[in-house]
Each structure stands twice: as C-alpha cells, then as structure tokens.
Design a protein around this ligand. Structure first.
Ligand code: DC
Length: 212
C-alpha cells in the first residue's frame, strides 16, 4: 500500500505521516528532508541557491542514510529548501529515489508537496493536509522553539506565507492537491483527532476498493 500525504509547510503532514506509517507497518519518507539536504549542501558549499547545475550535482550525491534531521529542520534550511526545490533538475534527480522508496515492500507513506501528483500518482490513498496559515505559524513556532531556535511568531508567519507563495507558483511540480486527493483541514484538530480523521479516510478508501 502506498499512501501519499501532501500539504503546505507546517500543516501537520509530517507528524501524521509518521503516525500512519507506524500504525500500518509501512516505511515512511519525509521528502522535504531531501530538498532540505540539497539546500544545506548548497549553503555549506557557499553556492548561490539559484545555481541549478551545482544543485543538481549535490542532489545526486546525497546519502539519505546520513541525514542529520535536527540540522535539516532549521528555519534557515527550510527557507533555502523552498528555493532549490523550484529547480527542475533537482526534482528530476530526486525522483528516482522517491519512486524506489515508495516501491519497497510492504509499502510506504511519503509526505511532501507533489507525492500524489508526480511521485506516486497511482497511490492507494492520497490525503492533502491543510490548516490556516496563522495556525501553521503557531505550530511551527512551538516546534522550532522546542528544537532550541529562538524564533518570533510574526517572522515564522511571514516565512510560511513566502514559502506557500513560492511552492504553489513554481513551474515544476507546484504544490496542489491531486484531483483524487482527500482534503483534511487540521485547523481545529489536535494531533490525535487529525490521526483519527486520516485513518477514517484510509479505511474508507480500502473498503471502497474491496467492494468497488
Ligand atoms: O515539508 P518541508 O517544510 O520540510 O519542505 C521544505 C521545502 O522543500 C518546501 O518549502 C518545498 C520543498 N519540497 C518540495 O518541493 N517537494 C516535496 N515533495 C517536499 C518538499
């Protein structure tokens, strides 16, 4: 079974994907980490973030088994990831790895921006997670502070708006729900309630398939 979970920054898709993978015994891939790792490699190399050839080269040299999630999750790396992820050659290089990951038995949950539209268009279940930007900013602020970053909520809100704008309006694989995705708005849901809502969507899709 392949489950695609897409949505904007800080919508809660990562936590949800992790919990669903654990509940169903599936592998989990946070695809944002791949773009964050390319961005971090570009920053470390002192490269310009719009240097497409360099970004593609560094994307090809990534080793996901050595990712340091704590470093990759910082605000600065997330902002840079939004820039390098708009480079078509970077997306092209990362495509094969994501498709291979999705094909690993017994199946996987992948979360990102283009899982349901590009990476796994034939996924068994697609969920598009949303929440109003104010709520996403509040959650991301708490998360970054828990990681030890001293951030200001107004700045996080501005960053989220910039990223929404960039991720949705780029030419290559823009952020948008697949036509057959189920929308899940987590604005008024805590983690537990969002998880239950997602399981309902998954179970309905599985039952529908069996009877359909
Ligand atoms: O989900 P995240 O915040 O870790 O993602 C960081 C950036 O990577 C995000 O701004 C856009 C990009 N991204 C993408 O373009 N496609 C994906 N499948 C996942 C992330």
């Amino acid at each position: 079974m392949i489950i695609a979970i897409d949505g904007p920054a800080a919508s809660g898709k990562g936590t949800l994907a992790k919990e669903i993978a654990a509940a169903y015994g599936l592998h989990h891939l946070d695809t944002g980490l791949l773009y964050r790792a390319v961005a971090k490699a570009m920053l470390d190399a002192g490269a310009r973030l719009d240097d497409a050839a360099r970004a593609a080269e560094l994307a090809g040299a990534l080793d996901p088994s050595r990712f340091d999630e704590a470093t990759l999750k910082s605000q600065a790396v997330g902002e840079a990831a939004s820039v390098v992820s708009a480079i078509p050659a970077v997306r092209e290089v990362l495509l094969a790895y994501q498709r291979e990951f999705a094909a690993r038995p017994p199946g996987a949950v992948l979360d990102g921006r283009d899982i349901g539209t590009v990476i796994a268009p034939a996924a068994d279940v697609k969920i598009f997670v949303t929440a109003i930007p104010q709520m996403r900013a509040a959650r991301r602020t708490l998360e970054l502070r828990a990681r030890g970053e001293s951030v200001n909520e107004a700045e996080v809100f501005a960053d989220i708006q910039r990223r929404d704008e960039r991720d949705s309006n780029r030419g290559a694989a823009p952020l948008r729900p697949a036509s057959d995705a189920h929308l899940l708005d987590t604005t008024d849901l805590d983690i537990e309630a969002a998880f239950r809502a997602a399981v309902e969507i998954i179970e309905a899709a599985r039952t529908g398939r069996k009877h359909g």
